[in-house]
Write a protein of this length. Structure first.
Length: 227
C-alpha cells in the first residue's frame, strides 16, 4: 500500500511525503469524522471482546480516540496496527506511527546525527545512523515499560506492559521539518522479524512522488490470415 501524507498543518499544501506499507497493516483513517471513527472502534472492540461490558467498551473507545487526537495535534499523519505471522509461526503484532515534526534549519544530512545526540543514552537502547532510500536516518531501538491507565478499559488502577520500539528520524530535504517513523511491539520473541519489518517500513518513506505506472502500448493488429 502506497499513500501520500495529508496537508501540512495551517498551509493547505500537501506534504512532500509518501510511504509504502507491506501487507498486514490496518491503517486508521485520520480524516474520518471522529464520531464515525469512535463508533467503528467500539464495534471492532465489541467483536474482539464479546465478554466486555458496555461501560468498558465505551471507556476504551473514548480513551483511544482521545489519545489519537493528541497524537494528531502533535503531528501524526499515519496510524496503523499490524499483524503478521513469522516463519517460526509466531504472531507479530504491534503499532506503526508516522509523524511530522519541526527540526532546526540547516543541512538535512546533519539532522540524523543531531537527532541521535538529543536522544538520551539509556540501558537497552541502541542508536545508529543508517542510509535508506530517502536519505540518512537516525534509528533508535529501545525497550521500555509503558503504563496503561485502567480507565481505558473501564477498570480501576493501571497496568504496565514491556514494549520494544524502533524509531527512524528523517529530515525533509527542502523544508525545516522531519519525519518520525515508529513501530512498537510486545512480541519480544520475534526480535529479528520485528527489526526487519521496521526497516522495511522506514525504507518505504519517500520525498518524491512515485512515477505513474506505464500503460503498455497495444501492439498493432496483424493482418488476418483469413483475408
Amino acid at each position: 500500500m502506497t499513500a501520500q501524507a495529508p496537508e501540512a498543518a495551517g498551509t493547505g499544501l500537501p506534504l512532500p511525503l509518501w510511504y509504502t506499507l507491506p501487507e498486514g497493516f490496518r491503517p486508521v483513517e485520520l480524516s474520518t469524522d471522529p464520531e464515525e471513527r469512535l463508533e467503528a472502534h467500539y464495534t471492532a472492540l465489541a467483536e474482539l471482546c464479546p465478554d466486555a461490558t458496555t461501560g468498558q467498551l465505551v471507556a476504551s473507545a473514548l480513551g483511544f480516540e482521545a489519545a489519537l487526537g493528541r497524537l494528531v495535534a502533535d503531528g501524526l499523519v499515519h496510524f496503523s496496527s499490524f499483524v503478521l505471522r513469522t516463519d517460526a509461526d509466531l504472531l507479530l503484532t504491534g503499532i506503526c506511527q508516522i509523524s511530522v515534526t519541526d527540526r532546526p534549519a540547516g543541512d538535512p544530512h546533519l539532522y540524523p546525527h543531531s537527532a541521535l545526540r538529543a536522544h538520551p543514552d539509556q540501558p537497552d537502547t541502541h542508536k545508529a545512523v543508517v542510509p535508506l532510500p530517502a536519505g540518512l536516518a537516525a534509528v533508535v531501538v529501545a525497550d521500555q515499560a509503558v503504563t496503561v491507565p485502567g480507565a481505558l478499559f473501564g477498570v480501576e488502577g493501571e497496568s504496565t506492559s514491556a514494549v520494544r520500539t524502533a524509531t527512524f528520524h528523517f529530515a525533509f530535504p527542502r523544508i525545516p521539518q522531519a519525519v518520525v517513523v515508529s513501530l512498537s511491539t510486545e512480541v519480544f520473541e520475534a526480535e529479528e522479524e520485528f527489526l526487519e519489518l521496521a526497516t522495511l517500513v522506514a525504507a518505504g518513506i519517500s520525498f518524491t512522488a512515485p512515477e505513474p505506472a506505464r500503460v503498455p502500448k497495444s501492439a498493432p493488429a496483424g493482418a488476418s490470415p483469413f483475408g
